[in-house]
Design a protein around this ligand. Sequence first.
Ligand code: GAP
Length: 506
Amino acid sequence: MASNEELFRKIIAHAKEYGYIFPSSEIYDGLSAVYDYGPFGVELKNNIKEYWWKSMVQYHENIVGLDTAIFMHPTVWKASGHVDAFNDPMIDNKDSKKRYRADVLVEDHILKIEEKIEKEVEKASKRFGDSFDEKMFRETNPRVQENVRKMDEIKQRFYPALECNDLVDVKRLIEELGIVCPVSGSRNWTDVRQFSLMFSTQMGSVNEDASAIFLRPETAQGIFVNFLNVQKSARMKIPFGIAQIGKAFRNEIVARQFLFRMREFEQMEMQYFVRPGEEMKWYQYWKDARMKWHLSLGIPAEKYRFHDHEKLAHYANAAADIEFEFPIGFKELEGIHSRTDFDLGAHQEYSGKKMQYFDQELNESYIPYVVETSIGLDRTFLAVLSQAYREEKLENGSGRVILSLPPRLAPIKAAILPLVKKDGLPEKAREVMDALKYDYRCFYEEKDTIGRRYRRMDALGTPFCLTIDHQTLQDDTVTIRDRDTMLQERISVEEIEEALKEKLAR
Ligand code: GAP
């Protein structure tokens, strides 16, 4: 069994070899935390986008789409709070020269204490069996109590220190907790400093005219500033949502985790505008709805968990992450935030334009509250890819690598394979290909033995292989092979479309 790190390396290598993900500008040794999507990667990515878009926009009559520009007026980012608050506290280890997010170091430390508590509970549960009273154990066991106390003490000091930007105390805490650099093992830390995550560039042709603008760090602000344009033009009534898929840019401090933390990435966001006072109801609704969406991909439930935020972003009054168990551990995949009326209120203040909605039922105007669902497209891609990657030992002693992708997301739905490159089989296979290719992304291949071609399709994640053999010429049937079970059945050429339709709905 490969260690998680080894597994992660294998997935990255596989993604490159099979045309899913390439490092950006690879011939120049790459660009840190920037990646390109290859021929099969772009298909998988588009399929994930489509699946999200359909479930959010097409299936909800009260959600509409939008596609806003990456460049926005610089005051947008002042109003949104990003200019002042979109920073990460960073700290460097002087021996390894590695840079870390100071908050992540402390949070990982808290997590380790939490894990100790859970181990203690698990041990006791095994010892006492059915008679185990978990609640009482947690409340009375001295070791659990001691660790809970430690955790509370850290949190009570750490979050206020971050809140009021007391970076000296954050560093003191890191030292007092004895946190070491995972690379050098030393406690030789620099001071903690704030680091702006926004990229900026110049707009304008000559230097004197040019003004600094930012590359958007989230797509959400394009939705907020267009709130009234959309509401009026699409005649939306509260509650309603606006959805958008687009690029976002962050100059991440720690960016060594493949698609997990990129400097250029894509978000799929939806802002849901609600009556003030109803936001908690909708926050809970969207938490549940988004978890259901993830589970609908067929990935086991134990790979997901919620993480409710204790430290809230400057715009939120409640926030939770849906975390996924990546090969690098449980990490944030999607955020659900109750953003109050912070953004619309701030844009009203900075722009001097009213951002209010007239509620006919209540006969009053107000600034709506917003519940946001924000999912990283690239992280979803990584979740789907890493969940799909498997190495299997076969009965005959050989092995295969398989990408067991959900069929509806797979880049190629069916491979069309003539058994041999003669006897009229390629011509017949081409006919099958031509009949299918307008409705399904298919892949025609006649090179190599049929066994090799099956292996290649398994590794690419193609759920079905249609093989055209000599019998096809006699009775117009083909074999359809299932990637996961490797079982083959014979169906008539006429039945192929219907069979694919039924199987791809899974
Ligand atoms: N509008 C809210 C917002 O941007 P966020 O939690 O900062 O919230 C939302 O980001 C999602 O975007 C995350 O859950 C994650 O999936 C994705 N994301 C954020 N930073 C990322 C990065 N550097 N690389 C890849 N995905 C990222």
